[in-house]
Design a protein around this ligand. Structure first.
Ligand code: ACO
Length: 402
């Protein structure tokens, strides 16, 4: 054991692992993944089985409370969530303060953080289990409302209030797409596909946004502040923002004549910063099990909805070319979940800059489960060390002498 105060004298003993490629930050009983074998399990249940047999709220319960719910637990949980879908009317004033071109991720993280102000009880780090559960329910219930409202703000449309007679995804789709004076009913194919997508995104152990949630939560900041921080971490194009970047990239390829091979070569050129968005993964160096399921779901949804889209054709070409290219084979770069999720969201009619918001909606139960585990384990505040490489001690020079 090293006495922390003496670390500067023995800095060679600090583990330096930029990007934490091989550093475990915690023990966790929530999600197991094996990047070599392409295995992903939530609380021991395989992702392919859950995505076929469970609903998103069942999976949320599993992640957060550790077990699949019984029917009565499930009914009570979903009822409780339904009771909290409305948000305080004053939140509409916050929403109205955003310009209409605000990216919905910024709006979403701000509205989630604002819950700390509307529910100041959450600032108490010694909240009872019951109080914590109430915050959890509020988050799961209000997130779809905020996500849909972030979109409505962008469109300049009036917001829709939740319809508590509907299931989680149908209610979200209605808040997103219903227009005044028109009747709207979510297409069950779309609602089911969305539910599956949310399950596939629900947790992924210690990724950038989840580590952020745990890190912020470790300072005993409120659950709302912690989740808001996770949303911001997810926003970046190397993480959740990749699904938006995938479609933007495919559209750029289409606008440039549709030559997928040209962009494949660009991605291989080490003097060009361009990367093929939606390819590669920090942990999966074989294949992403979620990508397999989502690819199949994408094919099903596209054919059932009868969608034809030239951008999707380019996606297929790119996928085929990359899977047969030595550069990508050598580096084990396979299409990841974001390559297909962007495609499927587009087919479902979800606008491009809402893609990352959809990811956040799916990842919410995972963030909550990880925050709860960190709290229950009484983990210490996260505080990495560094290896200092700056100047040694210097004499101060007054501004007029510099
Ligand atoms: N296109 C071209 N080359 C790539 C790509 C890509 N998408 N991804 C990695 N490489 C190359 C790198 O240039 C590097 O090559 P080198 O060995 O010749 O130097 C090698 O593959 C290893 O790449 P790293 O960046 O070291 O891998 P890392 O694990 O750090 O990065 C990441 C993983 C960030 C996902 C990366 O593959 C990437 O940027 N992909 C595109 C963005 C993306 O799709 N992100 C979504 C990730 S999934 C998610 O967040 C849910």
């Amino acid at each position: 054991a090293i006495e922390i105060g003496k670390l500067r004298d023995v800095s060679g003993l600090i583990t330096l692992d930029p990007g934490y490629k091989n550093t475990g930050a915690t023990k966790s009983a929530i999600t197991f993944l094996d990047g070599e074998e392409g295995i992903l399990r939530y609380r021991g249940y395989r992702i392919d089985e859950l995505s076929k047999k469970s609903t998103f709220l069942e999976v949320a319960y599993l992640l957060i409370y550790g077990e699949l719910p019984t029917q009565s637990q499930y009914d009570a949980f979903t009822k409780e969530i339904t009771l909290h879908t409305l948000v305080h009317e004053d939140i509409k004033k916050i929403l109205a303060g955003f310009p209409s071109n605000a990216h919905p991720m910024g709006v979403l993280s701000s509205l989630i953080c604002s819950l700390s102000a509307f529910y100041p009880d959450s600032l108490n780090p010694n909240q009872s289990e019951e109080e914590v559960n109430l915050s959890i329910v509020r988050l799961l219930a209000k997130m779809p409302t905020f996500a849909a409202w972030a979109f409505k703000n962008k469109m300049g449309h009036p917001v829709n209030y939740p319809d508590n007679s509907l299931d989680y995804c149908s209610n979200f789709l209605k808040m997103m797409f219903a227009l005044p004076a028109e009747t709207y009913e979510a297409d069950p194919i779309v609602a089911t596909a969305l539910d599956k997508l949310l399950i596939l995104h629900a947790d992924h152990e210690q990724n950038c946004s989840t580590s952020t949630v745990r890190m912020v939560g470790s300072s005993q900041a409120s659950i709302y502040a912690s989740i808001s921080a996770g949303i911001n971490a997810l926003w970046g194009p190397l993480h959740g923002g990749a699904n938006q970047s995938v479609i933007e990239m495919l559209e750029a390829i289409k606008a440039d004549g549709g030559d997928a091979k040209k962009y494949l070569d660009k991605a291989k050129d080490k003097n060009d910063p361009f990367r093929l968005m939606g390819f590669g993964h920090r942990v999966y160096k074989n294949f992403d099990p979620r990508a397999k399921i989502i690819k199949q779901a994408a094919d099903e949804v596209l054919s059932r909805l009868g969608v034809t889209d030239p951008v999707l054709e380019i996606a297929k070409e790119l996928e085929y070319a990359a899977l047969n290219d030595q550069y990508f084979i050598d580096r084990k770069l396979y299409p990841n979940v974001d390559f297909y999720s962007g495609i499927i969201y587009r087919a479902l009619g979800i606008p491009t800059d809402m893609f990352t918001v959809m990811f956040a909606l799916g990842r919410l139960p995972g963030w909550i489960a990880q925050w709860k585990e960190m709290r229950e384990n009484k983990e210490p505040i996260g505080r990495p060390r560094q290896v200092y490489v700056g100047a040694t001690e210097r004499d101060y020079v007054f501004i007029n002498k510099r």
